[in-house]
Design a protein around this ligand. Structure first.
Ligand SMILES: Nc1nc2c(ncn2[C@@H]2O[C@H](COP(=O)(O)OP(=O)(O)OP(=O)(O)O)[C@@H](O)[C@H]2O)c(=O)[nH]1
Ligand SMILES: [Mg+2]
Length: 596
């Protein structure tokens, strides 16, 4: 099977093109460094099946960061039959050097000048015919986002793929890198002959928006206002949807499932209804909020505002031993910590990478969001709800900052960070829907896997041994709760909540589901029952603990893989558990001392 690789600098639209050609849904975003690992898909090219590979962006064939290593390692260990090089047409004067390096590898190559739409808007014209002659390869202007020029590019690719050239050896690669000064000269001449760039790029919109959003005094306040507005929107718009679904699922239970199972043995209907159905239904009710959350996230990611956030926060982050990129990873962690941890591969300095990875697990991910929305809905009034949620986001940032400040001495960074501000871009509806759907699938996949296993275990633990009253101290769950009581009592966490926390260590998606199983209730009834069991101080303490202690096993595994250090993984676990306990303790005892 023929193998086709997509190569180009970061943020040039490789993943967008990959999705277009293959129908896959690789993650796309207006931020350099979205793709940090290989992704492949089968496509049809010239009547044959070929493997198309999306790679991380590289500035240079001899880069040192981990994502650039991924590319070099791939090129050195795989035969590639065709390279499709993507350049951002609006930056062709800077990006052509990469093509010239790749050309030295002597592989069949097609050059696609992407973002033709933007180039046209700013008035850049390229003489592709002449460039083709000088480079001796097909050169096609395309717009991966809107699809212009794609058929032509694919045709060119199909015609070139059968050219037999010798695969590059490590020596060729090495050699290709030794001729940089020559490449500079060659590039200058190519640009001079074939590209016309107006003296003044007429892209005023981005500049105008930036004058406000990057304003010296207004920039940061605007950023925080935008964040608050976003969470307020998700909460206010999502809440009625969640309640509606919860009501519907409850109706299904009482009107259909209960009569259906009325003649089956008590243990079976208990396991099916109080265990699996309650657990799944309680979590399913949160799907609309998760969808809303990711729709908003994907719009922000694609707009280019992340780079502005990095710019705004860079100076502040530097004082904590991090940089603007670290801040963006924290924001990405709001979706899920795992890709955020992998995103640190773009950092060259290992010290900075480790410090950032120590910080990311405190980022309030969507799985934790779901626990908080549940708890807040149960124990706080509608007026207080958005404020409580916002406080948790602030706490998330604070714990990240505290961690960075305390550990920056151990992880000294020396790498300077150069930030590129891409133009603002509107995601197409197709991109939003694709991304949203991808995230929802991911969420459902995790949720269903963990929840079914989790709730069955919780149900067994709260119902066995058989001679104990369900959910009493004598059950296995009760015994475990008792075991942890000396640690969790001082922070106001009762036996039932302890069990939820223990299971939450595996994945936060289980927490709400296991509460449903432990109390044997779901939806409104569960929430109403919660208010008779705990007060808001305990709920807040529980949420703080949930926020700060280890997010999930996947995060731990990723920490281990990315750092390649078991010691580092344990450090992260121990530190987050310790910090969680201390923060909850201070809050709980403080609130009680104040008479709440
Ligand atoms: N205007 C315009 N925007 C595009 C085009 N192709 C991609 N984009 C946008 O460019 C940004 C980067 O796209 P990606 O596909 O994530 O780029 P990438 O090369 O995979 O980036 P990395 O994975 O970070 O290396 C996104 O905001 C896309 O929507 C295009 O043809 N025109
Ligand atoms: Mg990509």
């Amino acid at each position: 099977m023929k193998r086709i690789a997509l190569l180009g600098m970061p943020n040039t639209g490789k993943s967008t093109l990959f999705n277009r050609i293959s129908g896959a849904s690789a993650r796309v975003g207006n931020w350099p460094g979205i793709t940090v690992d290989l992704m492949s898909a089968k496509i049809l090219m010239g009547g044959h099946i070929a493997e198309l590979i999306d790679l991380p962006g590289i500035y240079d064939l001899h880069g040192f960061s981990d994502d650039e290593q991924v590319v070099r390692h791939f090129l050195a260990h795989n035969t590639v039959d065709l390279v499709i090089v993507l350049l951002n047409s609006t930056q062709i004067d800077r990006q052509l050097s990469l093509l010239l390096q790749i050309k030295k590898l002597n592989l069949p190559t097609v050059l696609t000048l992407n973002m033709a739409d933007e180039a046209k808007r700013v008035g850049i014209t390229v003489d592709t015919e002449n460039l083709e002659k000088e480079l001796q390869m097909p050169v096609i202007q395309i717009s991966a986002k809107y699809g212009d020029g794609l058929p032509k590019a694919l045709q060119a690719a199909a015609s070139v793929i059968h050219q037999h050239k010798t695969a590059p050896t490590p020596e060729t690669i090495y050699h290709a890198l030794q001729e940089d000064s020559q490449i500079e000269r060659e590039m200058e001449s190519l640009i001079q002959h074939n590209v016309q760039i107006p003296v003044m790029l007429n892209d005023n919109t981005t500049d105008k928006i930036d004058q406000v959003l990057l304003h010296k005094w207004l920039g940061l306040p605007l950023f925080f206002i935008a964040m608050y507005a976003m969470f307020d929107f998700i909460f206010t718009a999502g809440k009625p949807l969640q309640e509606g679904i919860a009501w519907l699922l409850d109706l299904v239970r009482t009107s259909t499932l209960e009569p259906l199972l009325s003649s089956s043995p008590a243990w079976l209907s208990g396991l099916l209804l109080d265990g699996i159905y309650n657990g799944l239904a309680t979590v399913a009710a949160f799907v609309p909020i998760i969808i809303l959350f990711f729709l908003v996230m994907s719009m922000i990611e694609d707009s280019g505002y992340l780079s502005r956030a990095a710019f705004l926060m860079d100076a502040l982050m530097a004082r904590m031993g991090l940089d603007g990129r670290g801040f963006v990873m924290m924001l990405m962690g709001f979706g899920c910590n795992v890709p955020a941890l992998m995103g640190t591969r773009v950092m060259r300095s290992r010290a900075m990478r480790l410090l950032t990875m120590l910080v990311i697990p405190f980022s309030l991910c969507s799985a934790r969001l779901q626990v908080f929305i549940f708890m807040i809905a149960a124990l706080f009034t509608a007026e207080h709800a958005p404020l409580v949620l916002f406080t948790l986001y602030v706490m998330s940032f604070l714990t990240m900052f505290i961690t960075a400040i305390l550990f920056q001495g151990q992880y000294q960074n020396t790498e300077p960070f150069i930030l590129e501000l891409p133009p603002y871009r509107f995601p197409t509806p197709r991109q939003i829907v694709l991304r949203g759907w991808q995230e929802v699938k991911h969420f459902l996949n995790r949720a269903s896997k963990f929840i079914v296993i989790g709730v069955v275990l919780v149900w067994l633990m709260t119902n066995f041994p058989t001679n104990a009253a369900p959910a009493s101290v004598d059950t296995y769950a009760g015994q475990i709760g008792l075991l942890f009581a000396p640690i969790l009592d001082p922070i106001g966490i009762n036996r039932e909540l302890s069990i939820a926390l223990i299971f939450g260590f595996v994945a936060k998606e289980i927490v709400v589901g296991s509460l449903a199983v432990i109390y044997g209730l779901q939806g409104d009834a569960l929430m109403a029952h919660m208010t008779t069991q705990i007060d808001w101080v305990q709920a807040m303490s529980f949420m703080l603990f949930t926020l700060i202690y280890t997010p999930c096993l996947s995060t731990i595994a990723t920490l281990r893989n990315e750092s390649k250090s078991t010691g580092f993984m344990w450090l992260s676990i121990a530190w987050s558990l310790g910090l969680a306990w201390v923060v909850s303790f201070v809050f709980y005892q403080g609130a009680r001392a104040l008479g709440f």
